[in-house]
Design a protein around this ligand. Structure first.
Ligand code: NDP
Length: 251
């Protein structure tokens, strides 16, 4: 058996044909690239995010490139309540009958300061958006995921979600939580469903969040979101069937 390096994966055209995939934070950065890339490989994409104008831009790009007409699901992961998530799960089932992919990508950096100085308000916001929202959204979409013959749930982690570093505060803690949530869910679903659950660590990537975290860095030295898509395609498509509970590096 040959093992595939997700970073070097070459996706066949039409890899995601007939798949329905929801991406959070689809209006900017890595999420935007993922939504366009999935659509470019045949998926029907549900663009989820908090800024509708950005989602509409991505919608237009996908349609202009000849992709299947996406759906737009405006949702603020900081303020949404469980009934909002339930409504989204029900409308996905009503409109598509199932969901084959779920990319938890939206994220908040929060403060870059010591635990001693970290504000409780910022702590709660970061944990809500980066961790709790992923739990609530997955829970609400489980009935639709169960209808898929082969579903992939992908959580977005980070290097600081595997090894804590000074001044990364709630962001690092939330990413440790994401790794844990992914492992627990993977173990629960492995024997009882067709749903696999993994984490991806994008690595340093040229986005607004990275620039905020490392203001003195030259962004041109970093990979663009489009350049890290091979691993995302691998994990969303059928070639990663059987892989669950893993944490994968995109670069
Ligand atoms: P960006 O800041 O460029 O994009 C973040 C996305 O999350 C935006 O679409 C943003 O929406 C959305 N978002 C933020 N808050 C909310 C909210 N309350 N409700 C809904 N959506 C929200 O970040 P990246 O693209 O860099 O990051 C994507 C993921 O990758 C994150 O999980 C991040 O932690 C992770 N990551 C990134 C790395 C990097 O080097 N870039 C490295 C390691 C991990 P809006 O545009 O409307 O604000």
């Amino acid at each position: 058996m040959t093992t595939i390096d997700p970073r070097q994966y070459i996706a066949p055209a039409g890899l995601l044909e007939n798949r329905v995939i929801l991406v959070t934070g689809a209006g900017a950065g890595i999420g935007r690239a993922a939504a366009s890339t999935f659509a470019g490989h045949g998926a029907s994409v549900i663009l989820c995010g908090r800024t509708t104008a950005k989602l509409e831009q991505v919608y237009d790009e996908i349609v202009a490139a000849g992709g299947a007409r996406p759906a737009i699901a405006p949702l603020c992961l900081e303020t949404a309540t469980e009934p909002d998530y339930r409504k989204l799960g029900e409308s996905v089932l009503a409109e598509f009958g199932r969901i084959d992919g779920l990319l938890h990508n939206a994220g908040l950096l929060g403060e870059r300061t010591s635990i001693a100085n970290y504000s409780a308000t910022s702590w709660n916001r970061v944990l809500q958006v980066n961790l709790t929202a992923g739990f609530l959204l997955t829970k609400a979409l489980l009935p639709a995921l169960r209808e898929s013959p082969s579903a992939s749930v992908l959580f977005t982690s980070s290097g600081v979600g595997r090894r804590g570093r000074a001044y990364w505060g709630a962001y690092a803690v939330s990413k440790f939580g994401v790794e844990g949530l992914s492992q627990v869910l993977a173990a629960e679903l492995e024997q009882t469903s067709n749903i696999r659950v993994n984490c991806i660590n994008p690595g340093a990537t040229r986005t607004a969040m990275r620039a905020a975290a490392y203001p003195a860095e030259d962004p041109l030295a970093l990979k663009t979101p489009a350049q890290i898509m091979p691993a995302y395609l691998y994990l969303m498509g059928p070639d990663s069937e059987g892989l669950t509970g893993a944490s994968v590096d995109a670069q």
